[in-house]
Structure formats: structure tokens, C-alpha cells
Design a protein around this ligand. Sequence first.
Ligand code: HEM
Length: 507
Amino acid sequence: MALLARILKARLRPAPERGPWQPRPTDARLPARARAEDKGAGRSGAPRAWGRAGGPRSLAAMPGPRTLANLVEFFWKDGFSRIHEIQQKHTQEYGKIFKSHFGPQFVVSVADRDLVAQVLRAEGAAPQRANMGSWQEYRDLRGRSTGLISAEGEQWLKMRSVLRQRILKPKDVAIFAGEINQVIADLIKRIYFLKSQAEDGETVTNINDLFFKYSMEGVATILYESRLGCLENSVPQATMDYIEALGLMFCKFKTSMYAGAIPRWLRPLIPKPWREFCRSWDGLFKFSQIHVDNKLRDIQCQMDRGERARGGLLTYLFLSQELTREEIYANLTEMLLAGVDTTSFTLSWAVYLLARHPEVQQTVYREIVRNLGERHVPTAADVPKVPLVRALLKETLRLFPVLPGNGRVTQEDLVVGGYLIPRGTQLALCHYATSYEDENFPRAKEFRPERWLRPGNLRRVDNFGSIPFGYGARSCIGRRIAELEIHLLVIQVGPGGWAPACGLGFV
Ligand code: HEM
């Protein structure tokens, strides 16, 4: 392991910036189902707030920060970068269910494992995550379709049922392992190149940038069935433009958040967020459209030659004709948007944790060598043979979930924690806060991947304490892709090491 550690010193940035899309309130549009019970209330520590007459209390009685304080926190003190901290702070101050106003917007936050489980288990066939008003407005403005993230109701159901057939289950994505391994081979070449350029001949810095390019190349290989060249020495200009557009959306200006939070009437006074938001979307759609069109042209040529078109996701979408061309553009644009920094930040945190815990790095390394052998290029079927690698990912996402919460708009009146939450209320389900509770995860602040190896200790409901991919019908559709990309990379580039006569390690 000392050898591994010597070869690659991956100096990590300790805290990659988050790229969340976060909830905003709206009316629920779908018909209500049965009223959910207040199952969670009453567990030790869970709030119960019945009114004097014995019925649920109204939202007026719910505690929460003052509107002005909240506005200052988010707009003055850059709270959109610290949603996870604010979530924890408010949970400590106001309890496990509290309300917040953001100007005209109203959100009820739920930071209790059982109450989160109750809300999610009660949801209907087409849950609504948040008000996607600003996303919808852009699409109306440019005559674009919505994709899986921004669509609602019947349209979302239709698109989800098409896409889920190809990427929702581990066995569906297992077929992409070969393509992902090719991207990993390119990443390794790139690491060796960067090492050769380094002053000390061995230290690779800015690993987050490297993982960003890996994640983008990996997911694009699956989505567009083509390579983008992110890991080349000279990255193509179109790909650079895309990276800039993505950076604009999430990192530099938290554009998506501000564009959604600033009301339309204020835009003439504060025009920048909306302008940047549109510019960013223009870039994202343009890039996706170029790659979709290229692939579809290839498929069409194949068919014109009388050949049978074979391929992955895009070929399937084109041939099945279940989605329109515009819907294909929109879905691939939104999936690429959702599938790059989520995966790369998780990888950065996983590697950071390994670097900080060399004893865990050793154990993972030994497991990989014992169960798969050294310098083994794994398939998807190999992943279950290294349960510690899977546990590493779960523990990383528990401690550093890319999205600190999940959003839901209630589609019926609900009683949660003793409060009556009317239909159409925006809920923020705070899994960052629940992930750090000792009650849910003993010694919660500690990095202990082995906690995930003992399923006997975790009752099923405990999993609601950490739901980094969300839950249910509206959960992350790219989860299996992300897991495959991360597992295969950790096995080859991580502590297991790779490459003739040496391995790679993180210090
Ligand atoms: C570590 C990586 C990832 C994390 C932590 C993550 C997390 C999430 C979360 C929390 C949600 C919301 C779930 C809910 O509301 O219940 C979500 C939704 C979504 N994710 Fe991911 N994601 C990751 C990777 C990916 C990838 C690789 C893709 C695409 C290939 C992707 C595509 C999507 C899409 C399209 C949605 C919206 C689904 C819908 O509304 O039906 N994600 N993701």
C-alpha cells in the first residue's frame, strides 16, 4: 500500500461545490388519493404537535425562521452554497418539522427519518418534486420540450415509463460496463500524462476536474452513444462550451437557484440571474442537440443501407418512436445536466475519505485483491464481489450527499408530525440532517463504511435516514449508471490499483 500511496498523490480539494436544484412551492396538479396517516409521529424524538381539541395543528402553529432572517441568510450570506448547514442549524433551532418563507415562497422542512418515510410512502403515481416554473418558462420561451426533471403529470409518466425500461435496473446498465471501462482506461492514461507533467513527477492535483471529465465522458457514452473527447489533451471546443454552460448553471452564480427564487417582476431590476439562466440552457440544449443529431443521422444512414440499427439508449429512443425528437433532446439535455457533477463530486468525496482514512483504503484494497485479483478489469457482475466498495459509496453519499434534500409538493392534505399540511405545499425532505443523527446511524459523524455491511443492524425504515438518490417513482433514474461508473472506477483507479507493476493510491 505504501507503494500505491507513493505513485499517485491525489491532492484533493476538500469541499467540492454543490450543484443542487432545490424545491420551490406550487399547486399540486394531480387528483388526490387517500389521506395519509400520521404514522411517524410519536416515535421517540419525533415531533407530535396535536392541537388542543386533539386534531392536527395548523401551519400557523409551526415554528420556523423569520422571513427576513431567511432572505438575509440566502441572498445576502450566500445561503444557496450552505443549504446543508442551514438545514442542520434550523433543525436544531426549530425541531424536526419547521416552516420557512423565502419571500413569496413557502416551504415545510421535514428532518425526521420516519416522517420522511411517511411522506414518501404516501405519494401517488406521479409525484411532483418542486415548482419547475423557471425551467418551464425557458422551455415555453424557446419552444422546447420538458424532460424528466422538469415534466409533470401525464407527460412525466409517459417519459419515465419509456426511459425506465433501459436504465433503471442494475441489469439494464450492466451492458454499459465495457464502454465505461474504456473511459476508465483513458482516464488512467490521462493520470499518467498529468503525472509526467508534474513538478515532482508523481502528484496529480485538481482531481475534481479530472473526475468531472470522467463523469461527463462516461455518462455521454451511454446517453449519446458517442465519445466527447473530455479526457484528450486537447478537449474539443463544443465540449468546452458545454462545460462552461454547466458551470454557469450550477457553480459560478448558482444561476438556477436565483433565477427560480427571484420573482418575474423583479427581473428588470435584477436581470442577471434570468439572463444567465437562459444563456446556460441555450448552451446545454445546443450541445445535446448536436450529439443527438449526429447519432440519429448515423442510425438513419444504417437503416437506409438496409442494415439493422443496433445500439443503446438513443438508438432505442429513436427506433421505438415513443418520444418525439424534441422530447429526446430535452431528456438527454436534462440527464446530462443531472449526471455529471453529481457523479464527479461523489467520486471526489469518496477519494477524499479514502485519503483521510488510510486504514479503510488498505481494507478496501485487500478486499479487491482477494476477491478479484490484481489488475483485474471488472465487469458489472464483479461489483457484488466487493461489498466494501459498495459500502464506501453508500457511506460517502451519507456523509456528503450531493443534494442535501429531496423536494416534494404534496398532492393531497397530509398530517405530518401532528400538523395539517395542505395539498400543494412544498416539502423539503432533509436527508442531510437525518444522515448525521446518531439515532439513525450510530456515531453518525464518523466515516465507517462497514456499517453498510451488516444489513441485520439496519431495519428497512432506517434507510430513509439516508436517501441520496431520493425515493420511489420519482427517484433518480440515473442511479444505476452513477453507481456503475463509481464502482468500476474505484476498483481500478482507487485503492485496488491498476497498471503494470504499480498501483494508484490516494494520500
Ligand atoms: C451520485 C450520483 C447521483 C446522485 C447522488 C443523484 C441524485 C438524485 C436525486 C436526489 C434526485 C431526486 C430524486 C427524488 O426526488 O426522489 C435525482 C433525480 C434525477 N437524476 Fe440523479 N443523481 C445522480 C446521478 C445521476 C445520473 C448519472 C443521471 C443521468 C444519467 C441522473 C439523472 C437524474 C434524473 C433525470 C432525475 C429526475 C428523475 C425524475 O424526476 O423522474 N442522476 N437524482
